[in-house]
Design a binder for this molecule. Structure first.
Ligand code: FAD
Ligand code: UDP
Length: 769
C-alpha cells in the first residue's frame, strides 16, 4: 500500500474514544499511508453550528459536527451535509472513500461524491434499543449504494448475504501482542488492588445487550467472587444495573490500559443477553480475552458458540449457577495447555491481514469509477442557470460543467433532483418511484453509454398484463393474448391472418383510434384501448395523434416484453443516485425547493437552460398548453408479492389505469411490497404533453418566441412539448449541448461576451417582456 490514491472518510454513530476495536484497528492501519477522517454523530449544544476536527493519536482525524437544538429532522440533515462538505473542502479531501459504520449517516452524505462507498456492517443495529424507525430503509439504501459491504461476523454475513450476495465476511480480528501483555506478571491496577480473588471481569459498552439478571444471579450465587465491569454505560439507565457489594462498575478505560485490567482477572466473561440486539453480534472481545490468556465463559451467542465454543476455547453457560460452575471449571483447567490451543488459533488472526485484504478490495473499487474531478475555478457568478433537475436539466448541467468548464446553478422547485424519474425508499424501506413507474429502455448506444458513467445497471425486461374480460392477458397484444381471449390455438402465421381479417383499413392513419383499429380491429380496440385512453387522457383516441397508441405495438409472436429496445435495464442503485452522480461536480451547484422566478433577479448568470413547461415560461401569453396529470396512490402490503406482473393495466375497470409493483422493477428483496395506482387528472403537476394538432400549433407559436431568445435554451419533455421517454430526453439534451458547443464562438461574439449579467436588481434580459 504505497501510493495514496484516495483518502477515507468514515461516518460512525460511536465516539472515536468509545471505539475500542474494529473501526479503530482498521482505520488506524488505513491512516498509515493515507488521510483518514472519522466523523462522529452530531452533538447538539447551545453554541454556534460548526464542525471541529482534531488529531487522534492513531493518525486519524476525528470530526464532530455541533448543531443547535430545535432543528427539524430535515434541517439536521441539510446542516450536517453542509458542515461535512465544508470540512472536506477545508481538509482538501477531494478523492475519498466513504466508509459507513452506520446507515444513519446516509441522509447527510447523499450529496457527496466518493470514489467508492464501503459499508462495514458490524452489528444488526436495527435490533438495538431506540433504533430509529428509518434505519431499515437507510440500510437498504446503503446496501444498494455501497461498492463493498463487509460484515463483522458469520451470523451477520448470512443475514446480509440474502440482500447483497457479494457481501464479504471479515470477522473481527485481534491485536494479539497488545492483549498478550496481560499474560505477564505485573502489579495490579490501583482500583482493582483492594478486590479479592477470584475476579470475573468484563470490558465493553454496557447497554441492553448485557444480561443483567445473569450478572445479578452470578453475584448472588458466589458472593465471595468479585465481578468487575470496565466500560461506559450507554443508552440504559445505570440504576437498572444490579448493585451488589461484589459488583464493581469501573467506567470507561482506554484501550491501552485494558491488558492491565485483564491481567488481574481470573476469568473473562461475556454475559450477553440473548435478545434482538445480540442475535447477530460477533464480539471482538472473545479473541481479545483469549489473547490476554484468560479463560473465557460466555452465554450462548451464536458467533461465540461457533467457532470458539465448539473448539473448546470458550465455555458456554446461560444460567447463573451454570455460569458460576463454568467459571470454576475454567479456573481449574491447565492454563498452559489452553494457551497452546488458543495461540494456534490466534496466529491466523491479525488486523494487518484483515486490513490488507479489505484494502485490496477497496483499491479495486476505487479504480473502477471516473478520475478525480477538477477543483472549482475561482470565478464570480454562474455561466448557466439551469431550470429543472430532471433528465434534461441534469444532462445539460453535467455536460456544461465537465466538458466546457462552465459554472452551473441547477434550480428545481421540487425538494429533490431527478425530476419525474426521482425514486426514494418509502417508510417500509421499499424503493419506489414517486412519479409513477419509470422503466429505462433505449436503442441508442450513445445514450446508454453516456448514462453508464453515472450508474451500474440491473438488467430488466418489462412485462405488463391487462385485465380484460376477467382475465389477465399479455400486453402488447401477442399470440397468447389472442389465443387466451378468443379461446383459440393459432400459430403465428394464422394469428397474422386472423388480425388482417379484423383490421379495418382507414386510408390515412391520423388518430390513435385509426392506428389500433386498422391493425387489430374494433373488438380488440374496445377491449384494450378505447377506455384506457379515455381515462388516461380525458379524450377519445379519435381526438389524439396516432403517435400515442402507436407506442404500444401488436405482435403475433409470443414475445411478452413491453419493450423490444436493445438496452433495457434499471439503474442498479436507483435513478436518484444516478442523478446525484451526474450533478456531483464542483462546477455544479444545486438549489432545491426554489422556483427560479423567485431568485433569478438577484442571481448572476449568463445564460439560461429551461426545462419546465414552455407556456409558463412565457407567462401563458398565447394561452395554456394542455398537460395531462396523474394522482399517485401508494399502498404497502404486508406480503412479499401482490400481483403476478410488474404492471397490471385496467382498461375497462376502476378509475385508475394501472397498478405497478415496484419490487419487480428494482429487484429488491423485502418481506413487504409497495404498489402505486395511477389516477388520471386534468389538474396537477404537468406530466404528459397532449399530442393533438391544435396543441402542436399552439406549441409552435411558443417555440417561435423561444427561438428568438439567444441566451435561453429549451430542452425536455415540458419545454419542447414532446411525449418523450427518458432516453429521448437524454438524447435531446446531449444534442442541445453539442449544438451549443458548435455555436459557442458565434454566440459569444453575438452576445458581446465576456461579461456577466446580474447583480441585485438586474432586469431579466432573456425575455421579450
Ligand atoms: P422533468 O423530469 O419533468 O423535469 C423538469 C423539472 O423542472 C421538474 O423537476 C420540475 O420541478 C422543474 N421545474 C419546472 N418548472 C420550474 C420552475 N419554474 N422553477 C424550478 N424548477 C422547475 N420514460 C421512460 O423512458 N420510461 C418510462 O417508463 C416512463 N414512465 C413514465 C411514467 C410517468 C407516470 C411519467 C409522468 C413519465 C414517464 N416517463 C417514462 C417519461 C419521463 O418521466 C420523462 O421523459 C423525463 O423524466 C423527462 O425529463 P425532463 O427533464 O424533460 O422533465
Ligand atoms: N394504451 C391503452 N391501453 C393500455 C396501454 C396503453 O389504451 O392498456 C394507450 C393509452 O392511450 C396510453 C398509450 O397507449 O396513453 C401509451 O401507453 P404507454 O404504456 O406507453 O403509456 P405511458 O407509460 O407513457 O403512460
Amino acid at each position: 500500500m504505497g501510493s495514496r490514491e484516495f483518502d477515507v472518510v468514515c461516518f460512525s454513530h460511536l465516539r472515536w474514544d468509545f471505539v475500542w476495536q474494529r473501526p479503530q484497528q482498521l482505520l488506524s492501519r488505513c491512516a498509515r499511508d493515507r488521510r483518514v477522517l472519522y466523523v462522529e454523530e452530531a452533538v447538539f449544544d447551545g453554541g454556534p453550528v460548526r464542525i471541529e476536527a482534531r488529531d487522534a493519536c492513531s493518525g486519524v482525524r476525528v470530526a464532530v459536527p455541533w448543531l443547535p437544538h430545535g432543528l427539524s429532522p430535515e434541517e439536521v440533515v441539510s446542516v450536517q451535509q453542509q458542515l461535512v462538505e465544508e470540512l472536506l473542502e477545508r481538509e482538501q479531501i477531494d478523492r475519498y472513500v466513504l466508509w459507513y459504520s452506520t446507515p444513519l449517516a446516509v441522509p447527510s452524505t447523499r450529496g457527496l461524491t466518493p470514489a467508492a462507498v464501503v459499508y462495514d456492517c458490524m452489528d444488526e443495529l436495527s435490533g438495538f434499543a431506540d433504533a430509529p424507525a428509518d434505519l431499515a430503509a437507510l440500510e437498504e439504501e446503503l446496501l444498494r449504494r455501497a461498492d463493498l459491504v463487509f460484515t463483522g461476523g458469520h451470523s451477520l454475513y448470512e443475514a446480509k448475504r440474502e440482500r447483497r450476495p457479494d457481501v464479504h465476511l471479515f470477522p473481527s480480528s485481534v491485536e494479539t501482542a497488545h492483549f498478550a501483555q496481560a499474560r505477564e506478571r505485573q502489579p495490579d491496577v490501583a482500583e482493582q488492588a483492594p478486590l479479592p480473588h477470584p475476579r470475573i471481569g468484563w470490558f465493553g459498552v454496557i447497554d441492553e445487550r448485557l444480561d443483567v439478571d445473569l450478572l445479578a444471579g452470578l453475584a448472588d450465587a458466589r458472593p465471595d467472587w468479585q465481578l468487575v465491569l470496565v466500560g461506559p454505560v450507554v443508552k440504559i439507565d445505570p440504576a437498572t444495573l444490579p448493585q451488589r457489594p461484589n459488583v464493581h462498575y469501573l467506567g470507561q478505560r482506554s484501550y491501552a490500559d485494558l491488558p492491565r485490567y485483564l491481567a488481574g482477572w481470573d476469568v473473562a466473561m461475556l454475559p450477553f443477553a440473548r435478545n434482538r440486539a445480540t442475535r447477530f453480534i460477533s464480539p471482538t472481545k472473545t479473541p481479545e480475552y483469549l489473547a490476554a490468556g484468560r479463560p473465557v465463559v460466555s452465554t450462548s451467542i451464536r458467533d461465540v458458540v461457533s467457532p470458539y465454543g465448539e473448539q473448546g476455547l470458550v465455555r458456554i453457560a446461560d444460567e447463573p449457577e451454570e455460569f458460576a460452575r463454568a467459571c470454576e471449571e475454567a479456573m481449574a483447567e491447565d492454563a498452559e495447555e489452553r494457551q497452546r490451543r488458543v495461540d494456534s488459533v490466534l496466529t491466523e488472526m491479525s488486523w494487518d491481514y484483515t486490513w490488507a485484504d479489505m484494502c485490496e478490495l477497496i483499491e479495486g473499487a476505487v479504480r473502477a469509477p471516473s478520475p478525480p474531478r477538477p477543483r472549482v475555478p475561482a470565478r464570480e457568478g454562474f455561466d448557466w442557470l439551469v431550470v429543472g433537475a430532471g433528465f434534461a436539466g441534469s444532462v445539460l448541467a453535467e455536460r456544461l460543467a465537465t466538458q466546457a468548464n462552465q459554472r452551473v446553478l441547477v434550480c428545481d422547485v421540487r425538494s429533490h433532483v431527478g425530476g419525474n424519474a426521482y425514486d426514494h425508499y418509502d417508510e417500509a424501506g421499499i424503493l419506489v418511484h414517486r412519479y409513477g413507474p419509470h422503466i429505462f429502455h433505449t436503442n441508442s448506444g450513445d445514450v446508454f453509454e453516456y448514462l453508464s458513467q453515472f450508474t451500474q445497471w440491473r438488467p430488466y425486461e418489462h412485462r405488463v398484463l391487462a385485465s380484460v374480460d376477467g382475465m389477465l392477458v399479455p400486453l402488447p397484444i401477442n399470440l397468447d393474448t389472442i389465443n387466451t381471449l378468443y379461446n383459440l390455438d393459432l400459430c403465428a402465421d394464422e394469428a397474422e391472418a386472423w388480425l388482417a381479417a379484423r383490421g379495418e383499413p382507414c386510408g390515412r392513419i391520423q388518430t390513435s383510434e385509426d392506428v389500433v383499429i386498422s391493425k387489430v380491429g374494433r373488438d380488440l380496440y374496445l377491449k384494450f384501448f378505447r377506455n384506457y385512453t379515455r381515462k388516461q387522457w380525458g379524450l377519445d383516441p379519435s381526438e389524439l395523434d396516432a403517435s400515442v397508441t402507436s407506442r404500444v405495438p401488436t405482435r403475433t409472436s409470443r414475445d411478452a416484453r413491453y419493450f423490444t429496445d436493445t438496452y433495457q435495464a434499471m439503474p442498479l442503485h436507483g435513478y436518484t443516485r444516478m442523478f446525484e452522480r451526474m450533478l456531483a461536480h464542483p462546477n455544479v451547484k444545486v438549489l432545491l425547493n426554489t422556483d427560479y422566478r423567485e431568485v433569478e433577479s438577484f442571481l448572476s448568470y449568463e445564460r439560461l437552460a429551461y426545462t419546465g413547461p414552455i407556456d409558463e415560461f412565457f407567462d401563458f401569453q398565447y394561452g395554456k398548453l394542455p398537460y395531462r396529470s396523474l394522482e399517485f396512490r401508494f399502498e404497502t402490503h404486508d406480503r412479499s408479492v401482490f400481483q403476478p406482473a410488474p404492471v397490471v393495466n385496467y382498461p375497462n375497470e376502476h378509475l385508475y389505469t394501472r397498478v405497478t409493483e415496484f419490487k419487480y422493477l428494482t429487484g429488491q428483496e423485502h418481506p413487504k411490497t409497495t404498489l402505486v395506482y395511477e389516477y388520471p387528472r386534468a389538474e396537477g403537476d404537468p406530466y404528459y404533453p397532449v399530442p393533438r394538432p391544435e396543441n402542436g400549433e399552439l406549441y409552435g407559436r411558443y417555440k417561435e418566441l423561444a427561438d428568438a431568445l439567444e441566451d435561453v435554451v429549451f430542452a425536455g419533455r415540458l419545454a419542447t412539448y414532446r411525449y418523450y421517454n427518458m432516453d429521448q430526453v437524454v438524447a435531446q439534451a446531449l444534442a442541445t449541448y453539442r449544438r451549443l458547443e458548435e455555436t459557442r464562438g458565434r454566440t459569444d461574439r453575438a452576445l458581446g461576451r465576456p461579461g456577466v449579467h446580474g447583480g441585485a436588481g438586474r432586469q431579466r434580459v432573456h425575455r421579450p417582456d
